[in-house]
Write a protein of this length. Structure first.
Length: 342
């Protein structure tokens, strides 16, 4: 699979030195004034993604800010000291939900009771269950019991995962509205793609679905962290696309791991994140890594953004052409149900 390993190390992986509590070796930072690398299909897909998420052109990703290095250094320090201000706290019902949903013997009543114990989660589950991405028919789902009955235990697992994450990825103000809409759609697409890949390999698809949402959460957390630092330390200045791009590519994976640790997610989530960050060391192939690549490509295609030819996509994932075709068709239907975001 030529090109994928170098890409994964540039996307969601450290370009600046990693904080000291992350034991993975980091590669040297490249000069931020240099042009963005365009040496592989993965690099190109990565840059297309950031242009869309940050609503900018390629040149804006390349244009350096005099404050970028200081912002990168500040966020690195915050990660070292576990002082990210924007990292969401653990949802109250998450540990119980994860334990319950992971058991094969879980009953419908157990799931309903846990959801109903949290009024906020109940509201989110009903909203997500009735969203175009998850709704299975024309009938409105009005109760949690009905949601579990209509969607089944497998379906409700993903609805619950999305419901837990949705409030954290909602816009706080109009200035981040475009980014949050796009990063939420990207997260859902990658989560669904990761689930499909895991199912094809008879792996834990529910865990893959939720893990596929964590990079989106990491990106939004880091974007908000950049905005906070710039507004406090450099009054009158604005966070630039290049600044956000550098921070996200430098610290995306470690921020996703920080969230997993802060929420007490089981070790299997960390294993998935580690395997996707370093797919060359992953045996068997990383379903999360392949899901992120496939999800990114299909999200960009659906949004009519610059993309990769079919043959280049095939070179980036450990999937045979027949599997890839089926998954792309399923993803296309999934994305077509949701609102169009370009």
């Amino acid at each position: 699979m030529p090109g994928i390993f170098s890409w994964v190390k540039s996307w969601l992986s450290p370009q600046a030195p990693s904080p000291s509590d992350d034991k993975r070796p980091s590669r040297p930072s490249r000069n931020m004034a240099q042009p963005l690398p365009q040496t592989s299909p993965g690099d190109r897909l990565n840059n297309h993604l950031f242009c869309w998420l940050l609503d900018c052109g390629p040149r804006q990703l390349e244009t350096p800010s005099p404050f970028t290095r200081k912002v990168v250094a500040e966020i690195e320090l915050r990660l070292q000291k576990n002082r990210l201000e924007e990292l969401p706290r653990q949802p109250l019902t998450l540990p119980t939900l994860l334990r319950t949903l992971s058991r094969e013997s879980t009953t419908r009543k157990e799931v309903v009771d846990i959801i109903l114990s949290d009024a906020s989660l109940t509201d989110q589950v009903l909203q997500v269950a009735n969203s175009p991405f998850f709704k299975t028919g024309d009938q409105t789902i009005e109760t949690v019991d009905q949601a579990v009955f209509v969607l089944g235990l497998d379906g409700i697992r993903n609805v619950v995962s999305a419901s837990v994450m949705r409030p954290m990825l909602a816009a706080r103000n109009s200035t981040e509205s475009t980014f949050t809409q796009r990063v939420w759609r990207w997260g859902l697409g990658c989560a669904r793609a990761s689930e499909l890949v895991a199912l094809s390999r008879q792996e834990d698809s529910t865990t893959c679905f939720m893990a596929g949402l964590l990079p989106a959460l990491a990106y939004l957390t880091l974007r908000r962290e950049v905005q906070t630092i710039v507004s406090r330390r450099y009054p009158g200045q604005q966070a630039t696309p290049q600044m956000c791009y550098q921070v996200m590519t430098a610290f995306g994976w470690i921020t996703a791991r920080k969230a997993a640790s802060a929420w007490g997610l089981p070790e299997r989530y960390h294993d998935l994140l580690n395997g996707a960050e370093s797919p060359a060391d992953s045996n068997p192939p990383s379903s999360l890594n392949d899901g992120l690549i496939l999800g990114t490509r299909e999200i960009l295609r659906n949004a009519h953004q610059r993309n990769l030819p079919e043959e280049e996509l095939e070179s980036l994932v450990a999937l045979d052409p027949e599997q890839l075709t089926r998954m792309r068709q399923s993803l296309s239907r999934f994305l077509a149900e949701g609102p169009s975001i370009r």
